[in-house]
Ligand binder design. Structure first.
Ligand code: NAP
Length: 257
């Protein structure tokens, strides 16, 4: 249905687990050349090896998104190994919970260093190579939390995710002259290792609040990323794509039967 993305060079931050692993797997399965990053070497290598075992072209590079030298090293590796960078999936993120009364300054800074500063540093480091691509794409994994909804215990996270949208819209304008599009996916609650860590009670409550009656899968998000990376999405920029099973729609609890 869509033009092939085989051979395109893709970077996925936070590619060792969850949504990032799902995105990496989907690109690798379609013949793209994938470089995935995370901080934990063993998990990262296992994820890349899993993709290679099914015929994918995938390598891992250990890097912290809140470090510019790390991200410049990642961009360099993609240049050397894959000959350039076409698609950057800015996905690494953390979501620890802390109520405002207990939240420490370092809790706030930690979330913003990874989620928001990491977004800037990833794009900053990849930009010189991305500008050379004829199909440049930046795809940010934001969230419904912050841009659309609020969630007690996650004010630092929500602020970082809403901040990513300000970044996306302004970056889209700056990058337009190079033909690079910049968009955000807003996932609802997606079953990942990170989400499982929030506990069974959280997952049960969230499932009840989804009109389509289930939590999302990493494939649901990967499909949105594939679409935004496609040639067919070349005229879409500065936009958000919600993938949440309708979770943000109900005006009241009684709206979900
Ligand atoms: P996850 O399962 O916890 O995976 C997070 C990934 O990010 C891992 O690969 C992790 O590896 C990496 N990572 C974390 N901090 C990093 C850092 N400083 N530098 C480099 N890599 C880092 O999380 P997920 O649920 O897939 O979430 C992925 C993204 O989706 C996040 O941006 C999150 O905000 C967003 N999101 C998730 C949901 C959901 O329901 N799951 C909903 C909305 C939005 P290391 O720890 O080894 O670095």
């Amino acid at each position: 249905m869509f033009t092939s993305i085989a051979g395109r060079s893709v970077i996925v931050t936070g590619g060792s687990k969850g949504i990032g692993k799902g995105i990496s797997r989907a690109f690798a399965a379609r013949g793209a050349r994938v470089l995935l990053t995370a901080r934990t070497a063993e998990e990262l290598e296992m994820a890349a090896a899993e993709m290679r075992a099914t015929g994918g072209d995938a390598i891992g590079a250990v890097a912290n998104v809140s470090s510019l030298p790390d991200m410049e090293r990642v961009a360099q590796r993609a240049l050397e190994t894959h000959g350039g960078i076409d698609i950057v999936c800015v996905n690494a993120g953390i979501f620890p919970s802390a109520r405002l009364e207990e939240m420490r300054e370092e809790d706030w800074d930690g979330v913003h260093d990874t989620n928001l500063k990491g977004t800037f540093l990833t794009v900053r480091a990849c930009l010189p190579a991305l500008k050379q691509s004829a199909h440049g794409r930046v795809i940010v994994t934001s969230s419904i939390t912050g841009p659309i909804t609020g969630l007690p215990g996650w004010s630092h996270y929500a602020a970082s995710k809403a901040g990513q949208l300000g970044f996306v819209r302004s970056a889209a304008l700056e990058l337009a002259k190079y033909g690079i599009t910049c968009n955000a996916i807003l996932p609802g609650n997606i079953r990942t290792e990170g989400l499982e860590a929030l506990g069974a009670e959280y997952i049960a409550k969230m499932t009840e609040s989804v009109p389509l009656g289930r939590l999302g899968s990493v494939k649901d998000i990967a499909n949105a990323a594939l679409f935004l990376a496609s040639d067919e999405a070349a005229f879409i920029t500065g936009q958000t794509l919600g993938v949440d099973g309708g979770q943000v729609l109900p005006e009241s609890l009684s709206a979900i039967e």
